[in-house]
Design a protein around this ligand. Structure first.
Ligand code: XMP
Length: 344
């Protein structure tokens, strides 16, 4: 009968026979659930002929790199090269305020780093890697490339998601998409499955692959990272650092209150304005941050989350008391539509 264990065995067989006994495979890990589960699955099938890369683009959350690398290495034993490309990304982003331009730059930098990684690997192995693992689930491509019959065309593309279809054609890598296989065994067309049930399936698969529970439940995080959460020029002052501290307090408070799993996504946004405040006996002219939390089934529509007043009061105090340079916290109370989940 159908069970996740059978699906796993089947997938491992398929990957083994696809890749064969000689070829090498590369995979870009984003730190998200999908790419992690996909890589873990491929690693089970072909061992260290899998080569993963994780890029620190300088736009990650507080301790994100350390946290995901620990999961990759200690819990999952994945072969991962961690590339610190903070300077490269931030220097390209300097002065850029347009959200779509930011996304394009980040996508382009990512490709150049990935290219260099593939090239280095070829030197080291004496042969080209032949396959690329993609953790793509169908829903990831919806906003970049609407499904046929959806009534939406490319001109309706809402945001350019750089993590889909952006790799250079001349790399000539064949794709392995293990999470797509995941839905083949079920006699249901992929298109008919809700994104919600797909996410559950990926988590189930992750669980039997021993991906830690806490990791599997992480909120989605956009490929361009904090670049779309610092409005305007991300290199202004210490915006990224302030945002990381605020975001960490907010998320930690949500976890402490036991609310994390009820929420689809929660995060802070750094606003490019200053407001007047008074802290101690000092008049301040400091940063304003916004908090955003939404519930959703698929990210396509979303409702803003109702926190209790006491919770909001505690978080706001904690942020102003412990993050230097912030004197005002506001809450985003708009749903999607008319807003989007992210502010850029
Ligand atoms: P919006 O802001 O369009 O977000 O309502 C819907 C979902 O998509 C995520 N998002 C992105 N993910 N690259 C990504 O990988 C992007 O450029 C991007 N923009 C938005 C967002 O976090 C939410 O989950």
């Amino acid at each position: 009968g159908w069970s996740m264990e059978n699906v796993l065995d089947e997938e491992i067989k398929v990957i083994k026979s696809t890749v064969g006994t000689e070829d090498h495979v590369i995979c870009a890990l984003s730190g998200g659930v999908d790419s992690t589960v996909a890589a873990t699955l491929v690693h089970k099938a072909i061992g260290d002929r899998l080569h993963c890369i994780f890029v620190d683009n300088g736009l990650l959350r507080y301790k994100e790199k350390e946290r995901v690398m620990e999961t990759f290495e200690r819990d999952l034993h994945l072969p991962v090269t961690c590339v610190d490309a903070t300077d490269q990304f931030l220097s390209e982003l300097k002065g850029v305020v347009d959200p779509e331009k930011k996304r394009k730059i980040i996508g382009k930098e990512f490709i150049s780093i990935f290219d260099a990684f593939a090239h280095d690997l070829e030197q080291k192995l004496g042969r080209k890697p032949s396959y690329l693992v993609q953790g793509t689930l169908y829903p990831d491509v919806i906003e970049s490339c609407p499904p046929p019959g959806s009534g939406r065309t490319h001109s309706h593309t809402i945001k350019s998601h750089h993590n889909v279809g952006g790799l250079p054609k001349d790399m000539k890598l064949k794709l392995i998409e293990p999470l797509k296989l995941l839905f083949k065994g079920m006699s249901v067309l992929i298109i008919d499955l809700s994104i919600f049930s797909r996410r559950i399936k990926v988590r189930q698969l992750g669980r039997i692959l021993d991906v830690p529970q806490g990791f599997l439940k992480r909120h989605p995080f956009p490929g361009p990272g904090l670049a779309v959460r610092v409005l305007g020029d991300v290199t202004t002052g210490n915006a990224l650092d302030v945002l990381r501290q605020v975001d960490e307090i907010f998320i930690q408070s949500i976890k402490d209150a036991g609310l994390y799993d009820e929420i689809w996504q929660a995060f802070a946004v750094f606003l490019p304005v200053r407001s007047v405040g008074v802290q101690g006996d000092q008049r301040t002219h400091s940063h304003v941050v916004a908090l955003r939390a939404v519930t959703s089934q698929d990210g396509m529509t979303a409702d803003w989350y109702y926190f209790e007043h006491k919770f909001l009061d505690d978080v706001s105090r904690k942020i102003c008391n412990s993050v230097r340079g912030v004197n005002r916290v506001v809450l985003d109370i708009t749903s999607k539509p008319p807003s989007t989940i992210e502010w850029e």
